[in-house]
Design a protein around this ligand. Structure first.
Ligand code: ADP
Ligand code: ZN
Length: 579
């Protein structure tokens, strides 16, 4: 259904409808005006029955009798017709009789239509509207946003790196008396959801200054010049306030490295970026304005942004480690009714989770507890929430999955789990299930990678084996003609890993220690050689994987039948079967 965005649009719509209806009624009734022979008209005229005649250039004339009836008859078009009529005391008008009635509805109708068109154009064209009112942007400062460093768990280094900025915002005079120059701009970089926005807010909160936030994509509009004017507007507002933290999320939208191969580039982006740099050099260090910007990738930014006097402090916000995860979980569990939940275990299970994902996990668990009217948030809720966060919601209706499909999924997932347990004993397999998720997987195996700084070649090859194990199990059990599409995502990941090994990490033969992307400038195309090498590596790993499975075929069968039986196996179940 089309939803009316603007309720005032109803007014012209209604008037248009009414005038249209009136017009139709009038025309129907005028259509029913009778035609009479000219002879009859002459008779009426002779017997003085005619009161009025409308005489136009049209082939017909309208005649009104004294008793009120109206009819049409032929226009004789004689030069003396009007004089004759007037001489007989008949009123002559030079307009059509029905014309008068139509004037009002026709003009109302056209007026309404014009109004509707104008309103539609206005409401659909948001961009053109903001051209006139930059202030419509939500750049209003949030003062006393109620955030401080206590709201940011972990990230100790990052917090340490902005503490002097907070101090400076509190009393810039102190720093000035030492002649110290504070950074005007700080870039926070790191994966999404790691708390960059949170940290910027905390800086404003700790210093007690207003916080102005905008996203880089807000600046990039259809019309050239809008972004630049928005930047100026933002700084003007902040300056009027004195001290402030200006936060620009997704700075890469305006500050991305200019593509050297493409001449010119986007005018709009360049103008916006220039406006930002001008504004930043415009205020002096004493003012107490700090611009903080966030990006996922520091290496994507234009070097113009990173020069001294601009964004010259770069702070990395990393994914939380075990301790930080514990802190983040505790922070979000505070003031919630939890019972019997072991935060240590939970933190261990959530390696590579970002702060946002941890927050999401706690929230999902709370929702589940609430849905089941449980008094407390307990372990079962976290178990379910964990699967939801990782694999999406379980499909409710699984009655339509055939036994054959279930069996294929069971062997496929058992293959992953078995090879993981055999070749990577350091990694926990926390859950195997054949319950499909709404994300499209037929089932899945959750394994929890160890926290480590580097991945060695041996580890990557074993990861590839685990990925290939799903297909290998199908191959062994059902035969090579009955392999399925279920391994699609596995192969995408294994292909990514193997090409990275050969082209990026210096672990292959074709390129040796060379990095492929750095070779793009010289005229060398090793494409096919690389594909061949990757294929060979994968093939031999695939055979090795099949061997592991064949050697442990009895365990594979046992795992699959248990899975078919219980649908989901947890870590303890698995270890019990594999021993
Ligand atoms: P980013 O800006 O890096 O994408 P956000 O700052 O928007 O991430 O974080 C999103 C949410 O995730 C926060 O509102 C908070 O609830 C949670 N979060 C992320 N990192 C942390 C952290 N270090 N401590 C507490 N909560 C965090
Ligand atoms: Zn798989």
């Amino acid at each position: 259904m089309y939803k009316l965005k603007n309720k005032y649009l109803l007014i012209p719509l209604i008037t248009a409808a009414i005038s249209l209806v009136l017009l139709i009624i009038f025309n129907l009734s005028s259509g029913s005006i009778k035609d009479k022979l000219y002879l009859d008209f002459e008779k009426d005229l002779a017997s003085h029955k005619v009161s009025q005649v409308s005489l136009t250039n049209s082939p017909n004339i309208d005649v009104k009798l004294k008793d009120g009836t109206i009819y049409k008859t032929d226009n004789p078009r004689t030069d003396t017709f009007k004089a004759d009529l007037l001489g007989k005391g008949v009123k002559v008008s030079e307009k059509s009789l029905s014309y008068n009635r139509d004037v009002a509805p026709v003009s109302v109708l056209s007026l309404s239509i014009v109004t509707i068109i104008v309103m539609l154009i206005k409401s659909s064209n948001v961009a053109s509207k903001s051209l006139f009112s930059v202030d419509a942007l939500s750049t209003d400062a949030v003062e006393d946003i109620g955030f401080n460093f206590k709201n940011v768990a972990g990230n100790e280094e990052a917090k340490e790196s902005v503490k002097d900025v907070v101090d400076f915002l509190k009393n810039p005079e102190k720093y000035n008396s030492y002649g110290a120059r504070m950074p005007k701009g700080i870039i926070l970089y790191g994966e999404p959801g790691t708390g960059k926005t949170l940290l910027a807010k905390a800086v404003a909160g700790e210093a007690g200054v207003p916080f102005y936030a905008m996203s880089g994509s807000d600046f990039i509009q259809v019309y050239v010049g809008v972004g630049a004017s928005r930047v100026r507007q933002l700084f003007k507002k902040a300056r009027a306030h004195g001290k402030a933290v200006i936060f620009i999320d997704e700075i890469d939208a305006i500050g991305k490295k200019r593509d050297s191969s493409k001449a010119g580039g986007s005018d709009e982006r360049d103008q916006t970026l220039n406006a930002l740099l001008t504004e930043m050099s415009g205020f002096n260090e004493k003012e107490g304005i700090i611009v903080m910007a966030a990006t996922n990738r520091l290496d994507m930014l234009d070097s113009a942004l990173l020069r001294p006097g601009r964004f010259d402090r770069h702070i990395e916000i990393v994914l939380p480690d075990l301790n930080a995860r514990k802190e983040i979980l505790s922070l979000h569990l505070k003031n919630k009714p939890v019972a019997g939940v072991n935060i240590d275990d939970l933190a261990r299970k959530t390696s590579y989770f970002s702060g946002a994902k941890l927050e999401n996990l706690v929230n999902e668990a709370a929702i589940l507890a609430c849905k089941s009217n449980s008094k407390f948030i307990e372990n079962i809720h976290f178990d379910k929430a964990y699967s939801i966060v990782i694999a999406g919601y379980e499909k409710i209706n699984r009655s339509n999955i055939s036994d054959k499909d279930k069996s294929i999924t069971a062997f496929h997932e058992s293959g992953h789990a078995l090879v993981s347990l055999k070749t990577l004993p350091g990694e926990k397999v926390s859950k195997v299930t054949i319950i499909p998720s709404t994300k499209g997987a037929g089932g899945y195996t959750l394994s929890i990678p160890e926290d480590k700084l580097y991945q060695n070649k041996d580890y990557i090859m074993k990861r590839i084996m685990v990925l290939l194990a799903g297909r290998a199990a199908e191959d062994i059990i059902f035969g090579k003609d009955f392999i399925t599409t279920g391994a699609y995502n596995d192969f995408k990941e294994s292909t990514r890993l193997v090409t990275n090994m050969v082209t990026q990490y210096g672990m292959g033969e074709t390129l040796g220690l060379l990095n492929l992307s750095e070779l793009s400038n010289i005229n060398y195309n090793p494409g096919n050689d690389i594909v061949n090498e990757c294929k060979n590596i994968i093939n031999s790993l695939y055979n090795e994987t099949k061997n592991v499975l064949l050697l442990n075929k009895d365990i594979l069968d046992k795992l699959a039948s248990e899975l078919l039986d219980k649908e989901t196996l947890n870590e303890a179940d698995l270890l019990n079967i594999v021993k």
